[in-house]
Design a protein around this ligand. Structure first.
Ligand code: HEC
Length: 142
């Protein structure tokens, strides 16, 4: 190889290396915000990135076994429509994690009477971001 050939080979290799490096860092940058701490604020972006769907979670986590296929309530559990009257996102997320801490209100005393033998499970083993998205989804049901 001549000197010129050697140099052009070096440049070519460098160019290719830089190209891939650039691509790798670019991908990194698009993934990062999706994993942001601020759970659920970048909702649509995040759900496409993580493949999480609140609507599916409600089925997969068994909510509709008690609350009904359409979440409009059954003999076992109340409807999950119009919750925005009583909860904001944080409160509802907290509720899902620890339903027992919400028992001392008239609404819940009534629930206890009405759905005597059924206990709303605590979902404190779930990812907080996912719970936030489920809360958002429920608050949208009117
Ligand atoms: C084993 C049955 C059961 C399952 C499963 C269940 N729930 Fe419940 N849920 C209840 C009962 C019963 C109540 C009424 C409160 C009580 O008696 O503890 C309730 C209450 C609630 C409330 C409060 C409603 C209000 O008007 O304040 C919300 C919100 C709720 N459930 C959401 C969910 C979600 C979301 C899921 C799935 C992740 C779920 N529940 C799964 C039985 C269940």
């Amino acid at each position: 190889m001549t000197k010129t050939q050697i140099w052009s080979t070096i440049f070519l290799v460098l160019f290719i290396a830089l190209f891939f490096l650039h691509k790798a860092t670019k991908e990194d940058a698009t993934v990062k915000p999706a994993m942001g701490e601020n759970y659920g604020d970048t909702q649509t972006q995040e759900s496409t990135a993580t493949g999480f769907s609140a609507e599916e979670a409600v089925v997969n986590w068994g909510c509709n076994t008690c609350h009904g296929q359409d979440l409009r309530g059954t003999q076992m559990a109340p409807p999950l429509y119009g919750l925005s009257e009583f909860y904001d996102r944080d409160k509802l997320t907290n509720y899902l994690r620890n339903p027992n801490s919400f028992m001392d209100s008239d609404r819940f005393r009534e629930f206890k009477q009405k759905y005597k033998n059924i206990v709303m499970p605590a979902y404190n083993n779930k990812d907080i971001k996912e719970l936030g998205k489920v809360a958002d989804y429920l608050l949208g049901l009117q």
